[in-house]
Design a protein. Structure first.
Length: 380
């Protein structure tokens, strides 16, 4: 049992100064003042601190990604301590370019390992390629029968993409859609968007030639270039969801893209932000020659939140939903995840007034307290 006293609560909406009681993995009670607790209840002083939901990062290469510059460029696995330091209490793992030396089975094992270590981890089946690599042999069976699988990953409009036909894209989406309905999951097709000129046109065509709901398609990295971002705003206007990637393009930071969307009068409720953590970033010449390669970090998500609040002047309650409640809603994880609410999972962050992370709690267990790590991954 843990009691957090006198913290300024953002649910993400501002709630004021309250006490929060955690019992087991859940938030049991939120009141102005909670008294008469047993002596063994751990008390955390939240005075002059901000309490928020833990961040949800829906795009992380938890088993590593890359390998686009040969075997020595395979990026490393995610460590639990990186999630803690980045304020991420829930992660969705996926594969990328490499669906050959990396497997969906290994991805599942890593998600299970992170869950055993105390955080919440889900995954997507598939990778860049087509037919999609799966565990059961079918996309829909993976979604229906494997608890952790929320949808499928695919790449389009990229020089590394499998160049699926419109009919194949519709079939993939239809399978994911039905599997989601049967299992109570989002049943989504997360689309890695590349720099190719065709952009979101394949998705718009698939929507016009089928009855697949627009919410099934989830394009990500849409802030990688101006033309793609313009198409993403159109997609958003039609009721779709778009995911903005941190640190993908210095000219199109997620927070600045959101500001532009607001200025255009667009609803931003279907916008989410993710890190693409542990994926490789790369630069190519026009002839396809690899020029530069590096690794994305999961702390980019927390850094973007800080940038939005401190540099863009966005109120915290306006910035938080893009990486908490709106992600949870998009993934059918509300109200368990993404909010500070009675009955929700006790995935919580305590921040200093300057946005520095002070305390990290996942499923009711303290992993960081007063900026000191007290839990690590098994082999850290």
């Amino acid at each position: 049992m843990i009691l957090i006293r006198n913290a300024e609560i953002y649910t993400p909406e501002y709630m004021g100064k309250k006490d929060v009681l955690i019992c087991g993995e859940k938030i049991e009670c939120i009141k102005d003042s909670i008294e008469d607790l047993p002596g063994w209840c751990e008390i955390i002083d939240g005075e002059n601190k901000i309490l928020t939901p833990g961040l949800i990062d829906q795009h992380v290469h938890i088993t590593g990604g890359g390998g686009e510059g040969s075997f020595h460029t395979r990026t490393p696995e995610l460590n639990l301590s990186e999630m803690i330091k980045g304020g991420i209490t829930t992660v969705i793992g996926l594969l990328g370019t490499d669906g050959l030396t990396r497997s969906v089975e290994n991805l599942y094992a890593k998600a299970a390992a992170l869950t055993e270590e105390g955080v919440s981890a889900y995954m997507l089946t598939g990778a860049y390629g087509y037919p999609s690599p799966t565990i059961t042999g079918e996309i829909d069976k993976d979604i229906v029968f494997i608890k952790e699988v929320l949808g499928v990953k695919l790449a389009v409009s990229d020089h590394r993409a499998p160049n699926v036909t419109e009919d194949e894209l519709i079939q993939i989406a239809s399978k994911a859609r039905v599997a989601g309905m049967l299992s109570g999951k989002p049943g989504i097709v997360v689309l890695h968007m590349g720099d190719a000129e065709c952009g979101l046109k394949p998705v718009f065509r698939a929507l016009s030639d089928s009855s697949v709901p627009i919410r099934i398609f989830r394009p990500t990295h849409v802030n990688r270039n101006e033309n793609l971002l313009e198409e993403a705003y159109r997609f958003l206007e039609k009721g779709g969801y778009i995911d903005l990637t941190c640190a993908i393009n210095e000219h199109f930071a997620p927070g600045e893209c959101i500001v532009k969307a607001v200025e255009r009068g667009l609803s931003t409720e279907h916008i989410t932000i993710s890190s693409d953590g542990h994926g490789s970033w790369s630069e190519y010449a026009q002839d396809g020659t690899l020029l530069k390669i590096g690794v994305s970090k999961v702390d980019a998500l927390y850094n973007e939140l800080t940038f939005m609040v401190k540099e863009l002047g966005m109120p915290l309650e306006k910035a938080l939903p893009y990486m908490t409640s709106q992600v949870a809603e998009a993934l059918n994880l509300l109200p368990e995840k993404g909010v500070v609410k009675e009955g929700s999972d006790a995935d919580l962050l305590l921040l200093e007034k300057d946005m520095t992370l002070s305390t990290y709690i996942a499923k009711g267990k303290i992993f960081m307290k007063e900026k000191k790590l007290i839990r690590n991954g098994t082999y850290e």
